[in-house]
Design a protein around this ligand. Structure first.
Ligand SMILES: [Zn+2]
Length: 166
């Protein structure tokens, strides 16, 4: 079975059972996304535009409801390389389906924040530096947006296909 057919099968299966599916376009093989959430998918494309290797060190992005916009977990039984993304809340608070572009940017910023936590991870001591490394990563992303990144994002097909303006 060639890979694109396998992906289509996975997509169909995921739609039926509501599970995250692997995204074959990401460098990390097991990064997962929620089917039917184009804003979250486009957030990944945005971050790969910033840095093609952005998801090195991230094993999965699991889209599911939670108390936050996003989070990471460490400790016994937890995988510190997984980013949990509350895409529904991000989309809703960005203006819902009528403002998909804003939601994609907001989701990218949340993922960048959580990636900052993952990059601070120490095997002995867990996530280091509190919110500082996460906020620094957000600021780096914002700096890139302000220095030409936003213009490049406008050329992404996934972004052009989202509703709203930014
Ligand atoms: Zn944080």
């Amino acid at each position: 079975m060639d890979f694109s057919k396998l992906y289509l099968f996975a997509l169909k299966y995921a739609q039926e059972v509501g599970q995250p599916i692997p995204n074959p376009e990401l460098n990390s093989p097991n990064v997962t996304i929620q089917p039917g959430k184009p804003e979250a998918n486009c957030a990944l494309e945005i971050l790969k535009l910033w840095n093609p290797n952005y998801f090195q060190g991230v094993s999965s992005i699991v889209v599911q409801p939670s108390a936050d916009y996003g989070h990471v977990q460490s400790g016994p039984g937890q995988d510190h390389t997984v980013i949990y993304l509350n895409a529904d809340r991000i989309v809703t608070e960005s203006g819902g389906v009528y403002n998909g572009k804003a939601a994609a940017l907001a989701a990218a910023k949340v993922i960048a924040h959580e990636k900052g936590h993952i990059s601070s991870f120490d095997q002995q001591q867990g996530f280091q530096g509190g919110e500082t490394p996460a906020e620094q990563e957000e600021q780096s992303f914002q700096s890139w947006l302000n220095s030409g990144g936003m213009e490049r994002i406008q050329t992404l097909p996934c972004f052009q296909n989202l509703s709203g303006t930014i």
